[in-house]
Design a protein around this ligand. Structure first.
Ligand code: IMP
Ligand code: MG
Length: 194
């Protein structure tokens, strides 16, 4: 592993425990990348990795390096959460995808975590309506026990239990995104503010 490791990192007082180490994250990334390479074998066809800001940015950065076939990248920003830990359920597009070649695009949405499923359910329909050739979803984490709408991702890095997790791009109130591992936030950290 490069850079900060679990033991060196200083902002761990708010973390109850490490759920996924940086080594395990790297092996998850390799597995997902290999599946994507396998499912999109023709390098002459466009493949767009669509990173959903901000939580997916670290996963996206590692994944795009691990995928061997050529890819294009783009970004959307959506908001279904306020500052807290419970989904408001309303999906708002804060940064849209501006492309003229939608009908040529096989899109893999890169998501950090699927919880209620509302964000991905909305976004996949939205992109289909915009005319994308195909849409799949790769999520680093999945909390199937939290689903409120029926949604299944095509690539799931790891299924996790119902806990609020931070690190490797995921935040609580914009903090902890730079942690190199996935950690469980101590409930008292968000209990104070919600
Ligand atoms: P959904 O629409 O309920 O599936 O919400 C998914 C979004 O909620 C994710 O993209 C995250 O931004 C956020 N989210 C859900 N669970 C967590 C968590 O445990 N930690 C950090 N963000 C989360
Ligand atoms: Mg997100």
């Amino acid at each position: 592993m490069q850079g900060k490791n679990e033991k060196e990192y200083k902002i761990t007082d708010d973390i109850d425990r490490i759920m996924i180490s940086s080594d395990e994250l790297q092996s998850i990334v390799k597995t997902v990348a290999a599946k994507i390479d396998n499912d999109y074998p023709d390098p002459s066809k466009k493949l767009l990795l669509l990173c959903i800001l901000k939580g997916s940015v670290v996963f996206m950065g590692d994944l795009m390096k691990a995928i061997r076939r050529p890819v294009e990248i783009d970004f959307m920003k959506v908001s279904s959460y306020g500052a807290g830990t419970v989904s408001s359920g309303t999906v708002t597009i804060l940064l849209d995808l501006q492309r003229r070649d939608m009908q040529d695009l096989d899109i893999v949405i890169i998501e950090d975590i699927i919880d209620s499923g509302k964000t991905m359910s909305y976004l996949t329909k939205y992109l289909k309506n915009k005319g994308a050739k195909s849409i799949r979803v790769a999520t680093l984490l999945d909390k199937p026990c939290r689903r409120e709408v029926d949604f299944t991702a095509d690539y799931v890095g790891k299924e996790i239990e119902d806990a609020f997790v931070v690190g490797y791009g995921l935040d609580y109130a914009e903090k902890y995104r730079a942690l190199p591992f996935i950690g469980i936030l101590k409930p008292e950290v968000y209990a104070q503010q919600s």
